[in-house]
Design a protein around this ligand. Structure first.
Ligand code: ATP
Ligand code: MG
Length: 240
């Protein structure tokens, strides 16, 4: 009974995310055209203007580039991706997701560091779902940093090969989680936030286990939290 309700709610959460994604892609696309037009006009003006105005025009151009970078990132992020498993570059997913998250208001004061293994092998998975995992973990980390005042606000995302797995680690210097709370964080609808749904980590859990992986959390109150996601290396077809 309860399982079914939870499953429905998770489905609803995913559907909502997909709808938001589609909307964002549409908006990004619509905004992209006028931006490209403006950029073209400016380019022409820069080459024909006298020095004093060309400086200002160059500045405008910088801002326009930034706008188009934002819309590009949104469309890359929101582009409908296949629900089938494919070989994926986890580092690329981390880069795109954190690039997009850096526009989030919560991230403004946060030092977000990517520590990505350049030799990371491809993993097999559903890009859309793994993106959701990364995003949920980053949002949780950013939320945990909101109340911190006595130390640097830092999130470090790391990828590495560990034993037979590809491991993604998200470390934050946020509030930390006490033992009693930690026992419940993967429960659907468990939240300590005023506006939380409590589905973020439940969703992460089902996505990661659906990928035959594991997710673990270590935390110290007043120091921070570490989330470890381990995903199996793809089975080598040739050797079997
Ligand atoms: N990095 C973290 N630092 C501190 N507490 C955390 C962290 N991640 C999760 N938690 C705790 O676990 C709870 C459950 O997290 P979960 O992501 O499932 O839901 P939520 O963040 O509260 O809501 P939602 O994800 O729907 O916005 C949070 O309310 C918070 O108490
Ligand atoms: Mg959450």
């Amino acid at each position: 009974e309860k399982e079914l309700v939870v499953a429905r709610q998770k489905f609803f959460h995913q559907e909502k995310m997909a709808a938001v994604g589609a909307l964002a892609a549409g908006v990004a696309h619509e905004i992209g055209n006028p931006i490209a037009a403006m950029s073209g006009v400016l380019q022409e003006m820069v080459s024909t203007q006298e020095p004093s105005t060309s400086g200002k025009l160059a500045m405008l151009q910088t801002h326009i580039h930034r706008l188009s970078a934002i819309t590009r990132e949104i469309s890359e992020f929101a582009a409908p991706q296949p629900v089938v498993r494919q070989l994926l570059d986890l580092n690329a997913l981390v880069r795109t997701t954190s690039g997009l998250m850096s526009y989030d208001k919560r991230m403004q004061k946060v030092n977000l560091q990517l520590n990505l293994d350049t030799q990371l092998p491809a993993i097999e998975g559903v890009a859309d779902q793994l993106t959701q995992v990364i995003m949920n973990l980053l949002i949780n980390a950013a939320d945990a940093l909101e109340s911190v005042k006595d130390r640097t606000l830092e999130i470090v995302v790391q990828t590495a090969v560990f034993n037979d797995t590809v491991r993604l680690t998200v470390n934050d210097t946020g509030s930390g989680i006490d033992k009693i709370t930690l026992n419940r964080v993967f429960e659907a609808f468990f939240t300590t936030k005023r506006r939380g749904t409590g589905l973020g980590l439940a969703l992460c859990y089902s996505i990661v286990t659906g990928h035959n992986g594991t997710i673990e959390i270590n935390s110290t109150v007043g120091e921070g939290t570490q989330v470890l996601v381990s995903l199996p290396l793809p089975i080598d077809e040739e050797s079997t």
